[in-house]
Design a protein around this ligand. Structure first.
Ligand code: ATP
Length: 242
């Protein structure tokens, strides 16, 4: 078997006595899009934060292209190609759109080539026309695009998306998932945490389902759609369309 881009084995995450994630394993191959699904409190954000180096695991191993990540700081992980787009976006609304975007390149050496910035603006025309305005003027959907654009400026090989569609209108959710599919088809590997099960199943190559920190199912989207595990993990909250 070829070396995975990301290999996680037996990962557990604990906050005090609260076990957020228990003995979780996952493999992301080059170019793959992996969806992690589950209801609130399932441990999805804890997983992404642990991969990004923001939370230290209680046990288990993480390796990027076969190299252990255990001792790598969050900034070293960004430099090695892991970028997190956090839930809530973490946009600095008093700073300009352009300044927010540039923050994605903070761990890179040297100035960002103008062509690279223009490529981001070409992908997100709504950001281009407001580049010198405070990010506060952006809608929720535009702020989500800014958070993704900022992550792209770190030149990631693995993009971690935490609930990107949260709070967006159906039209913007559609645009967001078109972007996610495009980025993946351009070769970017991703782990997508989503509450929009139907959309996540449409773009994912593999799916892991968590319930209260434990994996209750994993497999290809088609097989999970047919199983009851996914529905039970949400207790009927948001059943995927047939
Ligand atoms: P949500 O969609 O609500 O964010 P999630 O699946 O992302 O849910 P996590 O945020 O990873 O779940 O939370 C998993 C468990 O860990 C929950 O019981 C949560 O209350 C707890 N938890 C998360 N962060 C912390 C923290 N910083 N300190 C203590 N407990 C935490």
């Amino acid at each position: 078997m070829t070396t995975a881009l990301l290999e996680i084995q037996g990962l557990s995450v604990q906050y005090g006595r609260n076990m957020a994630l228990k003995d979780f394993s996952l493999r992301v191959g080059a170019g793959q899009l992996i969806a992690v699904l589950g209801a609130n409190g399932a441990g999805k954000s804890s997983l992404l934060k642990t991969i990004a180096g923001l939370v230290r695991p209680a046990s288990g191993s993480l390796a990027l292209e076969g190299r252990d990540l255990h001792r790598a700081s969050a900034s070293e992980r960004v430099a090695r190609g892991i970028a997190l787009v956090p839930e809530g976006r973490w946009i600095l609304v008093s700073m300009s759109v352009h300044e927010n975007l540039l923050m994605g390149a903070w761990c890179r050496k040297g100035a960002v080539p103008a062509g690279e910035l223009e490529a981001i603006y070409a992908r997100f025309p709504n950001l281009a026309s407001r580049r010198h305005m405070p990010a506060a003027v952006l809608s929720g959907g535009e702020q989500q695009m800014l958070a993704i654009g900022r992550a792209l400026l770190s030149r990631p090989r693995l993009l971690l998306l935490d609930e990107p569609s949260l709070g967006l209108s159906p039209l913007l959710v559609q645009q967001l998932f078109t972007l996610i599919r495009d980025l993946n088809q351009e070769g970017l590997s991703m782990i997508l945490v989503e509450q929009n099960i139907r959309k996540a199943l449409q773009v994912a190559h593999r799916v892991h389902v968590l319930e209260l920190g434990r994996e209750v199912a994993h497999g290809e989207p088609q097989s999970l759609m047919a199983s009851s595990a996914l529905h039970e993990a949400y207790l009927g909250r948001a059943r995927p369309a047939p």
